[in-house]
Design a protein around this ligand. Structure first.
Ligand code: ADP
Length: 400
């Protein structure tokens, strides 16, 4: 691969205390190197970097994102890639919230950075970290185009009825309040893969995609364009997630603020960190939840039941919104790896043409695949998501 390094794209997904990265070829999808920086800003920082079969590790304090990236670049150099010297095609950055302004992959300039900073108010947990990652990469790789790819972009064209909250229209307009949707890069990539798998033109396929990871969202996609999605102004709405509860009655917040003295930070902690599977069971990892359920833990069982109940509620909504469904697809950590979640989500829906083949569903296969019987009316699929590849391709296409 080293002969074609000027076509490689470095993809960065910068979180508040972590950076996930991949160096990859946007054409073939081949990954040259990848890694994870964890616990930035803490004493016990760590980096695991992999080039080919070779894994290199670093342990020790990592002051900030720039220091983390600097260490990563040294690991790249030690394992054969001098990132400043190989003529990288681009650095692609995952940016969570694009607001009204950004709905296409965008080359980062000073003006773009200013506009992104202004958007942080809409995504206070995510955008500041994304911006720090962009600034660090710009400083360390000054000649390389930095491209921002937005989680909200795919949902930019949601129909007005799906993206509008029924609140005071003037208040909403003044504060950018509408449904934006998130995980768009994944929903777009996976729905495209589904059409390819069915050997049909994306414009002909009507489908539902469940992205079930730590964060979770669903989308209804008609002919390649989303008509609805579960996340809203922020990634808090919709499905039950690892630490976020998804839909709740907003009156709960008023009640807690009035009766329990919760302030903004308290509400934020409750909604973002202490709700969802974690709030109900004490654990946020689905494998741990499964272990608790197997051990007879009632809270864990309830968490699971609420999770499935919410999935099925949206499944029903999207079946009706679409009116006709060619495919239902599961992706991300839980969606790709839990046959039980897939089976429970779709149980008892034979009359809608929705069936799962238990042998296919339980097969330990990593590839994109059909898990419904061949003659089922609705194709049920498992498709591994690949946001890094989608971001690399978006950056590559923008620069073409
Ligand atoms: P993120 O949103 O952080 O990208 P992932 O898509 O990696 O998350 O999904 C993480 C979730 O996937 C965790 O809850 C994890 O427990 C779950 N998961 C991973 N492997 C399995 C498995 N084999 N069975 C059930 N759940 C799994």
């Amino acid at each position: 691969m080293s002969g074609r390094t000027n076509e490689l794209v470095l993809v960065l997904n910068s979180g508040s205390s972590s950076i996930k990265y991949q160096l990859l070829d946007p054409d073939s999808g081949a990954v040259a190197a990848s890694g994870l920086v964890e616990r930035i800003g803490e004493e016990n920082g760590a980096i695991e970097h992999q080039t080919g079969d070779r894994v290199v590790e670093h342990e020790g304090p990592i002051a900030d994102h720039k220091a983390g990236l600097q260490l990563v670049f040294e690991m790249f150099a030690d394992t054969g890639y001098d990132l400043a010297g190989i003529g990288l095609r681009a650095v692609g950055h995952r940016v969570v919230h694009g607001g009204e302004v950004f709905y296409r992959p965008t080359v980062v300039t000073d003006e773009v950075l200013t506009a992104l900073t202004e958007l942080s108010v809409l995504a206070p947990l995510h955008n500041p970290a994304n911006i720090t990652g962009i600034e660090s990469a710009r400083e360390l790789l000054p000649g390389v185009p930095q491209v921002a790819v937005f989680d909200t972009a795919f949902f930019h064209g949601l129909p007005a009825a799906a993206k509008t909250y029924a609140i005071d229209a003037e208040v909403a307009a003044a504060h950018g309040i509408r449904r934006y949707g998130f995980h768009g890069t994944s929903h777009e990539y996976v729905s495209g893969q589904v059409a390819a798998l069915l050997e049909r033109d994306p414009g002909e396929v009507d489908q539902i995609v469940f992205h079930l990871g730590n964060g979770a969202s669903a989308s209804a996609v008609r002919g390649g364009r989303p008509i609805d999605t579960t996340m809203g102004l922020t990634p808090l709405e919709g499905l039950v997630m690892g630490t976020r509860g998804g839909d709740i009655d907003p009156g709960i917040l008023l009640h807690l603020m009035r009766s329990a003295g919760l302030d903004v930070d308290g509400v934020d902690r409750l909604l973002n960190r202490n709700s969802g599977i974690k709030g109900l069971s004490g654990v946020n990892d689905f494998r741990e939840l499964q272990r608790l359920i197997d051990a007879g833990d009632a809270g864990a069982q309830l968490a699971y039941d609420v999770y499935i109940h919410r999935l099925r509620r949206y499944l029903g909504a999207y079946l009706v919104e679409l009116g006709r469904v060619d495919a239902i697809t599961f992706t991300a950590g839980v969606g790709e790896n839990s046959p039980k979640v897939r089976a429970d989500a779709l149980a008892g829906l034979e009359r809608f043409g929705i069936r799962i083949d238990p042998v296919r569903n339980n097969a330990k296969d990593r590839a994109a695949r059909r898990i419904s019987p061949d003659d089922a009316e609705v194709a049920v699929l498992v498709v591994p998501t690949n946001e890094e590849l989608a971001i690399a391709r978006a950056a590559d296409q923008l620069l073409s």
